[in-house]
Design a binder for this molecule. Sequence first.
Ligand code: F6R
Length: 369
Amino acid sequence: EKGGYDYFMLKEIAEQPKAVADTLLGRIDATGRLTLDEVRIPDAVLREADKIVIIACGTAFHAGLIAKYAIEHWTRIPCEVELASEFRYRDPILGQRTLVIAISQSGETMDTLMALRHAREQGAKVLAVCNTNGSTIPRESDAVLYTHAGPEVAVASTKAFLTQLVACYLLALYLGQVRGTKWGDEIHAVVRELARIGDEVERVLETMEPVRALARSLAHKDTVLFLGRHVGYPVALEGALKLKELAYMHAEGFAAGELKHGPIALIEEDLPVVVVVPSPKGRSVLHDKIVSNIQEIRARGARTIVIAEEGDETVVPYADHLVRIPATPTLLQPLVSTVPLQVFACELATARGNEVDQPRNLAKSVTVE
Ligand code: F6R
């Protein structure tokens, strides 16, 4: 049942190109328009929404953080992302024009369920992004957009995360389409790129041997830091979460711009720091800033592990280890930049003798608050 792989996690990492393609299937027509028939919330409601609130936990929360960039950019609707476990305890401001998106692989996470119940009680419409047919969260929502990752068995979420991202991009583009905002060349380009992204993920998977070797060489370390900016920031958080849960290592993700506000004090000789570098195209200002960050930490002794697009030569002098990812539109980069971090965590866990599919103290679906 592991399909020849030693662990479900390895199998599920390898299944990501298919999971991504399956989640796109039938949702973009030949002219590049989005057809999300399952989103049974009337267009009028989607047009009138004045706020979007995303609620989720763990890895699904990281997908939500990335979705915020896409939703605000393509729809201009203000979007908040909140940990489901915090949401209802702060008396959130919700109304009939609030669209709540609940993201959950299992559809059974109690924190997310209680948050969505709270949102509906306040009159908000709830749309679930979920991987499990007929589970509780979609049943209690106004509508559901299913991710088609297939069953995810390993406790650590991988393919579900990538498909959550795809579903959120589709949703953001769809909202843009329904509301008639920014439906221009950029969106067409993104839709075209989404159609190819499964192949790009496949290409990343084919080049992972150096990442595995690097992970094995770091098995004795206590701490790994992750830095990113823009959509690379939630990717850094996700890389750190994977390492905590699988390798039981101290791992933290930071927004690279925050370094000078505190975390840079952590940098010491030979500390591994993974840096997710934004595209040198579209976001050139951010790119320049992160290159400076890499220089700063390296000058203080960090061992830099740089994840950067093919063709980005500016990072080469400052990378102790360079991991290449295909060039993608800025907002889509997490679909390819997350993959090396999954492989990295999985290999480190194995090298440390940990049970990859069943990390200690964790359950696949958390049905208690
Ligand atoms: C991390 C992980 C957890 C889940 C979280 C939410 O790898 O698996 O952080 O993402 O418990 O679970 P779902 O998506 O089922 O609501």
